[in-house]
Ligand binder design. Structure first.
Ligand code: NDP
Ligand code: 2IT
Length: 449
């Protein structure tokens, strides 16, 4: 990282020395610090209030032991975490990731990103993230239940509907949220909206399941329309991942008349030139919890490749929806040589900084994660609103609100980029727009003398 502004350079250096061996966290902070220089330079109030030093330090970081018993009666131990990063504009809000790669660096990068993403939604939500290095793959339902109960047995004292409201992320879907909610309710002895992504029968919101994927497509459609007078119609789309975000991005691509041709998991990807069969994909992943390689046996004409990166398949639009750093500079070069027109991040930080810059320098429209995938947490915010008034809105109403929020996020990022002299740079626009609101709220609330 090369910062020309000395205050930003110093604040970043401090993040590196204070948080050694946390490359994902350094990357996420570096990307934000790099792009908000115009704001820091135009307004000395942020330096005077040490906002960069403060915003990059979590308000609270909780780590705990999670002990659970597997089906063979063995006692297992995992690490549990909750990073309560920033509560300047609302209660901490963000998902729980269950994946063996989870550690403090990964959760701090996710929690840091969440601050700005949540700010962009326009809803009153602070930033947080949590999870465990528990691997849900191959575990029985009962093992998942026992793990979730044990995890919540510790977490429950740190969360609450006006304090911190977790939700899903990688490895945490409807099943896990159900078990977590049940345990919270038992321990707290109250029925309250402490988690989002809940089942519809017990306080969940319509559209929450679809929200991240749908929102990603609403954002991309708006970006295509405004900046290129174009749309998804008749476009070939490469999608990575085959989880919650990828599945509902694929569903919305079809509704917008595009053709999604790939889906992947951590073992490999499937290329289906006729368009991914959504019904089969849903059954495979949501019901049977199988691998994407099984798709090839079920759909004629499809081909399975044992590599998790589908980016060499020629496409007009690329939507990385799996995990961080899954699209690097080599992938970016291939996509550009195949004339990709737009890339939008469904996952958090899926493109490396070099890949992002390569797209931007080659006039590829680029929708950064904080803006493009904010539809999930935005709809979580709508779930919180419905819970607090004890009412459920219709699918159409929530979907309309989601669409308006995504359009608003695009316009905010685009207008902010223009206002600060970096027209068309949605990475900078989103970071600056998200930052200003949080930083101003932090200043307004003062510091302890
Ligand atoms: P899921 O667990 O539903 O699906 C994750 C998908 O990505 C799976 O296909 C999984 O394959 C693949 N994947 C996960 N980790 C890796 C890895 N290390 N290497 C390769 N492939 C991997 O998660 P979601 O769809 O919810 O999340 C996907 C991304 O979207 C994440 O970055 C998440 O943070 C982000 N996101 C999610 C939101 C939500 O509302 N759920 C909201 C905003 C962002 P496999 O099964 O083999 O692990
Ligand atoms: O990364 C994300 O925004 C999420 N995993 C969703 C968080 C939420 O609280 O809905």
């Amino acid at each position: 990282m090369n910062f020309t502004n000395p205050y930003i350079a110093k604040a970043y250096e401090q993040v590196i020395t204070r948080n050694p061996n946390e490359p994902e966290f350094h990357q996420a902070v570096g990307e934000v610090f790099e792009t908000i220089a115009p704001i820091i330079e135009r307004n000395s109030i942020y330096e005077k209030n040490a906002i960069l030093e403060r915003i990059a330090e979590p308000e609270r970081m909780i780590t705990f032991r999670v002990t659970w018993v597997s089906d063979d009666n063995k006692i297992n131990v995992n690490k549990g975490f909750r990073v309560q990063f920033n509560s300047a504009i609302g209660p901490y809000k963000g998902g729980l990731r269950l994946h063996p790669s989870v550690n403090a660096s990964v959760l701090k990068f996710l929690g840091f990103e969440q601050i700005f993403k949540n700010s962009l939604t326009g809803l009153p939500m602070g930033g947080g993230k949590g999870g465990s290095d528990f691997d849900p793959k191959g575990k029985s339902d009962m093992e998942i239940m026992r793990f979730c109960q044990s995890f919540m047995s510790e977490l429950f004292r740190h969360v609450g509907p006006n304090l911190d409201v977790p939700a899903g992320d990688i490895g945490t879907g409807a099943r896990e949220i159900g078990y977590l909610f049940g345990q919270y309710k038992r321990l707290a002895n109250e029925f309250t909206g402490v988690l989002t992504g809940k089942g519809l029968a017990y306080g969940g919101s319509l559209v929450r399941k679809e929200a991240t994927g749908y929102g990603l497509c609403y954002f991309t459609e708006e970006m295509l329309k405004t900046l290129k007078n174009d749309s998804f119609a008749n476009k070939k789309v490469a999608v990575s991942g085959s989880g919650n975000v990828a599945i509902y991005a694929i569903e919305k691509i079809y509704q917008l008349k595009g053709l999604p041709v790939t889906a992947s998991d951590s073992d490999g990807f499937i290329y289906d030139p006729n368009g991914i069969n959504l019904e089969i994909l849903k059954k495979l992943k949501e019901v049977d919890r199988k691998r994407i390689s099984d798709y090839e046996k079920m759909v004629k004409g499809s081909v399975y490749y044992p590599s998790m990166r589908p980016w060499a398949i020629p496409c007009d639009i690329a939507l990385p929806c799996a995990t961080q750093n899954e699209l690097d500079i080599e992938d970016a070069k291939i996509l550009v040589s195949n004339n990709v027109i737009a890339v939008a991040e469904g996952a958090n930080m899926p493109c490396t900084p070099e890949a992002t810059q390569y797209f931007q320098h080659n006039n590829v429209l680029f929708g950064p994660a904080k803006a493009a995938n904010a539809g999930g947490v935005a709809t979580s915010g709508l779930e919180m609103s419905q819970n607090s008034v004890r009412y459920s809105w219709s699918f159409e109403k929530v979907d309309e609100k989601l669409k308006a929020i995504m359009k608003g996020i695009f316009n905010n990022a685009n207008d902010t980029a223009k206002a600060y002299g970096v027209e068309g740079d949605l990475v900078a626009g989103a970071n600056m727009a998200g930052f200003i609101k949080v930083a101003d709220a932090m200043i307004a609330q003062g510091v302890i003398y």
